[in-house]
Each structure stands twice: as C-alpha cells, then as structure tokens.
Ligand binder design. Sequence first.
Ligand code: SF4
Length: 135
Amino acid sequence: MTEKRILCISCPVGCEMTVGIEDGRVIRVDGNRCPRGKHYAEQEAVEPMRVLPSSVKVVGGRRPLVSVKTDRPIPRSLIPEAMKAIRETVTLAPVRMGAVLLTDLLGTGANVVATRDVSAETCGDPDAVRAKGEM
Ligand code: SF4
C-alpha cells in the first residue's frame, strides 16, 4: 500500500488527510472532518480535477480579452489541451457574463463561460467588424 498526503481545499478548515492506495484504488482516508473531505481525497488521489480559469480573445470589444472559466472541474491531466482549445477560441463582442463560449470542452461535459461582460467597441454591428477583416 502507498500513502498520499492531501490537503482538503473544499472549505477554509484545510484538513490534512492521508490516503491509502492499493492497486490504484483508495482503500483508506484519514484526517478528514467531514464526508466532503473523503470524497475530495478519493477523487484527488486517483484523478485530480480542477476548474480552469483563462481568457478568450474578443473581436470588436472594448477589451481584447474576456475572462472565462469552466463551469465544472475537468481532469487536471487535460489542462494543457484545454488551454490550447481556449487559446484558439475567438468570440465577437458584446459578451455577457455567463455566456457559453465553448461547449463540452474536450468531451468533459464542461462548458467554458464568460465571467464578466465585455461591451462592443462601436455600435456592436457584427457585420461591420467582419467587414474590417477582424474575424
Ligand atoms: S474535510 Fe471537511 S472540514 Fe475538512 S477541509 Fe475538507 S470540507 Fe472542510
């Protein structure tokens, strides 16, 4: 059996847990003060998951980028590929907070959503922006 030390980040208490792993499976969790910690440790020990924050390019907006995040955690192992997909994404202003800019990121079921508004630079006419050759 191998052991991993994992800090629970599910709440501010920050319990330090010890996870026992045998044949790739969690067989024991110690140090958690509640069931959330046990669930977190079991997931973290086998397949860590993270909400991914990033930004997406905006054409025709008052800002060149809009901050985004995944609407649920994705496997940490997929983050480099997910960042590449997000970097290749371009959206057109205006962007509203909560707008879905990418769906089912890499088949994870997670959507990439805007976390702020970006208003249009001009009157927000998408055809005018396209005519300028920015898309
Ligand atoms: S185990 Fe429970 S009490 Fe401890 S940090 Fe995690 S969520 Fe908080």
